[in-house]
Write a protein that binds this ligand. Structure first.
Ligand SMILES: [Zn+2]
Ligand SMILES: [Zn+2]
Length: 90
């Protein structure tokens, strides 16, 4: 019912600042999004604090284990979390 146009959804998110913005992370989640995440241009989404923390934790652990994280979208490898993605408050 909701997914007829993604443009409308995005415009609603940008315009409806007085509404609660749902977390749009890769994880399914009903939390309020308070961060704008930018994964080196490959992926951009509004994300809740819980999932920013989880993303940072996962990425940090993968870098610690393998020395890098490979982006599933563009195939590039990143050796630091800062290069992989950035987050700023909405
Ligand atoms: Zn979330
Ligand atoms: Zn990428």
């Amino acid at each position: 019912m909701q997914d007829d146009t993604r443009q409308d959804t995005f415009a609603d998110v940008v315009a409806g600042m007085d509404d609660q913005i749902p977390c749009a992370s890769f994880y399914v989640c009903d939390n309020e999004a308070v961060w704008w995440g930018d994964v080196h241009g490959c992926e951009q989404a509004s994300i809740c604090t819980t999932h920013v923390m989880k993303w940072l934790e996962d990425s940090t652990r993968r870098i610690a284990t393998h020395g890098y994280v490979r982006c599933w979208r563009c195939g590039c490898s990143f050796s630091t979390v800062e290069k992989l993605g950035t987050f700023r408050p909405l």
